[in-house]
Design a binder for this molecule. Structure first.
Ligand code: C5P
Length: 216
């Protein structure tokens, strides 16, 4: 199973500093933790990392057993660059955010199992704990969205490679995840249980949480 790891984000919500994947967490860059976690997964073989274009050599030195390519301006572009680097014989592919560096092995393997059982696309999800409201541009509430129908979606997201590549070729406006692209193409996406540990490091608070988890 090949994994494409988009890791080219600047991480502007973390404040000034190195690109997000290169931020230190418990003594090592976030990306190093993410790739190590993927390597613990029995199903994972090839790892392709889409790095910030200015940092390809730095990232290659950090993860010598991965193929490192230059990412793009949007996450979608970085994933496309990673897909383009896959050997022709790869039929199933995972896409996993470097920022979700603490994903448990069981979550990765559950996505893989769904693909091996025949799913064209599979994503890990969690129930939504907060009540969610749609708001207008002025900040006033439009309506409350029934929470029981909602799930928060994580990565890795798994795909039959041909399905994901076709969706990328026809992609229009930017979507925030890869499953969104294949949904747009009418493909059924199955869900498997996610984990709170697969949270996306986005803010300085998340960096503290990740460091605390890694230090046990
Ligand atoms: O921006 P966000 O935090 O949602 O990014 C999710 C993942 O996508 C991160 O691992 C980030 O490095 C990656 N990304 C990328 N290329 C971009 C933007 C984000 O690889 N241009």
């Amino acid at each position: 199973m090949a994994v494409v790891v988009p890791a080219a984000g600047v991480g502007s919500r973390l404040g000034p500093g190195a690109p997000k994947a290169l931020r230190d967490v418990a003594g090592e860059p976030l990306l190093v933790h993410a790739v190590r976690r993927l390597r613990e997964c029995p199903s994972v073989g090839l790892v392709v990392v889409a790095a910030p274009p200015a940092d390809v050599a730095t990232v290659q030195a950090l993860v010598p057993d991965a193929v490192v390519v230059a990412g793009g301006a949007e996450r979608q572009d970085s994933v496309a660059a990673g897909l383009a680097a896959l050997p022709p014989d790869v039929e199933l592919v995972l896409v996993h955010d470097a920022a979700r560096a603490l994903v448990p092995v069981e979550v990765v393997e559950a996505v893989v199992a769904a693909l091996q059982a025949g799913a064209l696309a599979a994503v890990p999800v969690l129930p939504v704990a907060d009540t969610v409201k749609q708001v207008a541009v002025d900040g006033t509430v439009v309506r409350t969205v029934p929470r029981s129908d909602l799930r928060a979606v994580q990565t890795p997201q798994g795909f039959r490679r041909a399905v994901l590549e076709a969706a990328h070729r026809t992609a229009g406006a930017a979507v925030t995840d890869d499953a969104g692209l294949v949904e747009g193409a009418g493909v059924t996406v199955v869900t498997v249980p996610g984990s709170p540990l697969a949270f996306k490091v986005t803010t300085p608070f998340d960096l503290l949480v990740a460091a605390a988890v890694l230090r046990g």
